[in-house]
Write a protein that binds this ligand. Sequence first.
Ligand code: GLU
Length: 474
Amino acid sequence: MQKSAFSATLSVLVLVAFVVNASTPPKTLLERVKESGELHVVTRNAPTTYYEGAQGPAGLEYDLIQKFAEYLGVRVDITVRDNLNDILTQVEKGSMDFAAAGLTVTDERKNRIRFSTPYQYITQQAVYNRDSFEKRPREISDFIGHDIQVLANSSHVEQLKQLKVKHPELSWSETYNSDSSELLDMVARKLTNVTIADSNEVTLYRRYHPELRVAMNISKKQALAWAFNKGADDSLYKEAQNFFKHLKKTGELTHLIKRHYHHASKFRYTSTNTYLKNVRKRLPRYQSLFEKAAMANKLDWRLVAAVSYQESLWNPHAVSFTGVRGMMMLTTRTARQLGIKDRTDTKQSIDGGARYLRKMIDKVEAEYGLKEPERTWFALASYNVGFGHLTDARMLTRLKGKNPDKWTDVKEVLPLLRQRKWYRKTRFGFARGEEPVKYVEAIRSYYDILNWYLDNGKPKIAERSILAFKSSAL
Ligand code: GLU
């Protein structure tokens, strides 16, 4: 008797559960994201995806993720994974809402995940060091017998496997503990002969290492896209598709890509001759503005002038795709902080730049306790890469048993912020650490030459490059 009462109760419960279930279908992923107000995205720390820039988090994927979150009206929670396979697994398991990690759409991967519409196209490129080969390699077979290192689980490995069908002797080693930029760095330092990298990575990286050469494209045009879970619930995926459609229609996507891949234009290579021509022709127009701004901020006007030349070549209309403008190339954010209304106004820009430099110098003195001349070089580096990364570099300098208060020591360490082995020990992570080094060195040269010019009156013009970064790659 008791038993049947129990089973009757159970049946009622089951029935109720069934009815409740039937009338309220489970929430879709999109609904859950909107309800919780949070989007969980997995990415990787790289120059083409997500990194800490001078003004805070940056990278094309980072920007796209932010825009998508805005579109949905939610916040973002970003998780960083080092390994490409980990990234895909997170999506497969559903522990992340999606992956935005510069992922190449490949057939193998399509079995595991659902790709969004592409947001960018790349090719895979075989990259070698000009100094390691006597003759330019033209065919993939020219690499047979050479040390090729590629990223494990990458689209590059998939591609090499395909090529191996035609070239059975082709072999390579796979590394788990780095990313493509690090592999490119190894080729530049001749620690390996050849690597494969996406063309967008090569574009960014070659500027620092002109000895790197692209031998050939080893793939056709390939798409980069976001990766979603393949399950039945495609609600978030569909919303992302709408989002990309909107981004393409408004031209915003093209703009974003330009912004991320044209930032090299901020750095220019120039010869002593051009510089001196500008010292004679352009500088007189702005000299009194530099002097006034420098005086008001207790700075050497020649230093302010040198910074401005590095930033804009003394062109008040200078614009870069990264969104910086004017004589001192201020970002919107910096201009706003400084209360500047019009960045393209010469006087306002110079004033703002000088004030900002003063702030940086004071900050470097207060936080690091540095005196001249170090203080100025550190302040300039921070102007370029951001205070957080500079502090990271100082920490690493100490770790390496060198002196974090010496620019010459920190300058050796800054480029390491590009290597995972080092940047993973830091608070702010990846940075294009060689840029502040080149930046500071260039300004020092401009400053020195200006002094020399002003002291001597008539310089002897020698046709030589003045910058420490002697290549024309910038
Ligand atoms: N796009 C490459 C891939 O999806 C990744 C490149 C890299 O990690 O540097 O495999």
